[in-house]
Design a binder for this molecule. Structure first.
Ligand code: NAD
Ligand code: AKB
Length: 324
């Protein structure tokens, strides 16, 4: 039976990945770790949880020695918008933290999944249908750390035979856990504000195209890639993956089909707009499709319907909305 360690397990991705991995491999076989303590009962009580700071090699060694880990999903990171306000912390966590995890994986012979991002591209990258192998000269500290991470993972695979794998995720949209400070967070906030106030003030310009993906597809991508036949993988770190592509104006129009009096206005945040402008408009994910059968299931229409239904069940509406 496989034993899996998840770092950054309380974040937007980890909080859902841990639940899916536990359903698949058994509660006791998935060790959730973070530098925060879980308030979510599902995560806290269903299986093991350990406090583990990826910047501290002693923490990692302790956890590796207690549990006989076969695979690590390394999600601990600082995202793009926070990374621009705290570049030093972004480098520490995203590069030095990853280095500690790579060393642990090497020492304890574990497979390792590390997510990269559309943030690993920059102004010089072809913007439309960005190819798998292309120019990567990102303009943000987040992007610099993501390219470094891709290279480090390739190096450990080639040099030490470590089974490293990864994807370049677009913006991820989900309802379980709020996003952790990225540029694409607007595409989650817009649903919450639409339900609560029927109004959203967007920090990106209305025609800013970015690729996006609904969380169930993202979780499937991670698990499918880690279970893929290694002989078919040419790229490993990191596969372009995408599911849909839209602007703030287009997602607002889709929400309006469900909430007709929803309104969007724009108050551009120049830091996040500059980050978004440096990222691709759309990705070419044909290598992921060919090498391990990547095939997303949600588009903007089906995701919007599901997001609004799921969020309506869980968010506290303001008093004036409840009485309607
Ligand atoms: P998140 O910010 O929601 O979660 C990150 C988690 O890491 C947090 O729970 C935080 O407490 C933890 N953490 C921070 N520093 C740590 C440390 N030193 N040691 C241990 N844990 C630490 O991030 P996420 O959205 O879940 O992203 C996970 C990974 O996926 C990141 O590498 C991110 O770059 C990548 N990614 C995410 C998206 C997205 O849209 N969410 C898109 C592309 C790539
Ligand atoms: C961010 O906006 O920082 C993330 C990402 C696309 O990497 N959501």
């Amino acid at each position: 039976m496989k034993r899996i360690l998840v770092t950054g397990a309380l974040g937007q991705i980890g909080s859902e990945l841990v639940v899916s991995l536990r359903e698949r491999y058994g509660d006791e076989n998935v060790i959730a770790t973070d530098i925060r303590l879980p308030s979510d009962v599902k995560l806290r009580d269903a299986g093991p949880f350990e406090f583990m700071d990826c910047l501290n090699p002693h923490h990692i060694t302790r956890v590796m020695q207690i549990y006989n880990v076969d695979a690590i999903y390394h999600l601990a990171a600082i995202l793009s918008a926070v990374g621009e306000t705290k570049p030093d912390q972004a480098w520490q966590v995203n590069v030095n933290g990853l280095y500690n995890i790579l060393e642990a994986a090497r020492q304890y012979h574990c497979a390792l999944f590390v997510p990269s991002s559309i943030g690993a591209f920059g102004q010089d990258t072809p913007k439309d249908k960005t190819p798998q192998d292309t120019i990567q000269r990102p303009d943000t500290m987040y992007g610099v750390t993501k390219v470094t991470g891709e290279l480090l993972c390739d190096y450990y695979h080639k040099r030490f035979g470590l089974d490293t794998r990864g994807v370049r995720f677009p913006g991820l949209i989900s309802y379980e856990t709020e996003p952790g400070g990225g540029t694409t967070d607007y595409a989650v906030e817009i649903y919450i504000e639409a339900l609560k106030y029927k109004k959203y003030t967007c920090y990106l310009e209305e025609n800013t195209y970015l690729d996006m993906m609904y969380m169930p597809d993202a979780i499937r991508a991670m698990i499918d890639l880690m279970e893929a036949d290694p002989n078919r993988l040419v790229h490993r770190n990191a596969f372009n993956v995408t599911a849909m592509n839209f602007t703030p104006a287009q997602i607002a129009a889709e929400i309006k089909k469900h909430i007709p009096d929803f309104e969007i206005e724009y108050k551009v945040d120049h830091v996040r707009q500059a980050i978004a402008d440096s990222w691709p408009n759309s990705l070419d994910d044909s290598c992921a499709r060919e090498e391990w059968g990547w095939n997303p299931t949600y588009d903007l229409e089906s995701m919007t319907k599901d997001m609004l239904e799921k969020l309506a069940e869980r968010i506290e509406l303001p008093a004036e909305q409840k009485s309607r």
